[in-house]
Write a protein that binds this ligand. Structure first.
Ligand code: CTP
Length: 399
């Protein structure tokens, strides 16, 4: 999601991590956001107002009044689509928890009403563990503030532990994730399975397939861009984003993917099963590495749970279930049969080609979308990203 035209307020309090905030402002500006910065007085010890105003292209506000001008905290709060306080010191945290509005920054936060407010507490390990700090965080969570967990690592005190402010890239993704979204899937929950599954034979070997997981990630991004709240349950994949704007659940086996899907399915509006799930897993997984012998080795396999079938059979009124199919012969007939057997609302039929432009590892794909009423739509060769947007658009027509 682009941040073009989004109004973001960054509030900086007096902690050493403030030196990283200019980088965050640059990331936000690069994505097209409008950024206003407010600080407490002590924040100026760590980062200069000049740096902040040059990067945000706005004047920095610290006091209720600048010479003869009143800074209107209510106007600021109304202007914002989202407010992030980072770093948040124990001092400002306590004041926020108690509603003690003795500076501009706190007055803006207290005027924010229904706007998302993210708090990124950063302090030394011992301070973070102090009971009052914990109580204040719990209280603010119950007021609807979103607390960004501090990261673990080296702290200024020379100790190491939990207390660091997360890196600017992580804060950026938190902002992206919590911005109120618009789009056809606004308010909808979408669950996607993606990637391969690995079925262990012994501690070092597995049965898997060549799925890259690209389609699952592209679908998750497209659904997110359309305004949905997204969960991606993915098997082992190298393309999973490091700081996704949506929830990612990492699994290995078909059984794990099944359990994670089952747990979440009731609360979803749309379920897209795009994973290349292994149809079989070893009957027994050896506890230690199987040694080479001179005779034949026979592996007994058992079927894995069919996740799409389970989801289709147990879907609730109004839930939309989408499956994928890869067929080589009589593709359309088989895909339609799969749609019926698994009680899906839509099947995305992959058509493998001989030039390697479609299929598991490729960046492009060619699909036919088949709906429950038998309607078909053949799409030309496109990138997996473009196709994901087309598929999500087709799904929105089913709502
Ligand atoms: N699928 C699943 N769980 C499984 C196997 C498959 O959820 N254990 C889903 C895939 O994610 C995909 C669809 O089922 O959406 C098609 O998978 P496929 O393996 O082609 O289906 P099968 O029923 O195994 O059909 P076939 O007879 O072609 O093997």
């Amino acid at each position: 999601m682009s941040l073009r035209g989004k109004h973001i307020i960054i509030g900086i309090t007096g902690g050493i991590a403030a030196y990283k905030i200019p980088l965050l402002i640059r990331l936000l500006k690069k994505e097209g956001a409008e950024v206003r910065v407010m600080t407490t007085r002590s924040a100026h010890e760590f980062v200069t107002p000049l740096t902040l105003s040059a990067l945000s292209q706005n004047r920095i506000v610290t006091e209720f009044t600048d010479r003869d001008q009143w800074n209107n905290h209510v106007e600021w709060a109304r202007w914002a689509d989202l407010i992030l306080i980072a770093p948040l010191t124990a001092n400002t945290l306590a004041k926020l928890a108690q509603g003690q509005a003795d500076n501009f920054l706190i007055a803006v936060v207290m005027s924010a009403e229904n706007k998302p407010v993210l708090l990124s507490p950063a302090m030394d390990r011992e301070m973070f563990q102090y009971p009052a700090v914990k109580n204040h965080l719990d209280k603010l969570t119950s007021y609807g503030f979103k607390i960004i967990e501090p990261a673990e690592g080296e702290l200024l005190s020379g100790l190491s532990g939990k207390g660091r402010m997360p890196e600017p890239e992580t804060l950026f993704e938190e902002i992206r994730r919590h911005l109120p979204k618009d789009g056809p899937l606004k308010g909808k929950k979408v669950l996607i399975t993606g990637g391969p599954t690995y079925e262990p034979i012994d501690p070092v070997r597995f049965i898997g397939n060549r799925s890259s997981g690209k389609t699952g990630v592209a679908l998750a991004e497209a659904a997110y861009d359309a305004g949905a709240e997204v969960t991606l349950i993915s098997g082992p994949s190298k393309v999973l984003p490091a700081n996704p704007a949506y929830e990612v659940v990492r699994v290995e086996t078909a059984r794990e993917m099944f359990e994670e899907t089952k747990k979440r399915m009731d609360s979803q509006d749309i379920l897209i099963m795009s994973a290349a799930v292994s149809d079989y897993s070893p009957e027994n997984t050896a506890r230690s590495k199987i040694k080479k012998k001179d005779k034949r080795l026979v592996l007994e396999l058992k079927p894995t749970p069919d996740i799409l079938k389970y989801v289709g059979e147990n879907k609730k009124e109004g839930q939309i279930v989408v499956g994928f199919a890869l067929e080589t012969d009589h593709a359309l007939a088989h895909a339609l049969d799969k749609l019926k057997r698994k009680n899906a609302d839509m099947i995305v039929l992959n058509s493998p080609d001989k030039e390697g432009k479609t299929g598991f590892d490729s960046d492009t794909n060619k699909v036919i979308i088949i709906k429950k009423d038998g309607r078909k739509k053949e799409l030309p060769l496109k990138t997996k990203k473009e196709l994901a947007h087309d598929i999500i658009e087709e799904i929105t027509h089913l709502l």
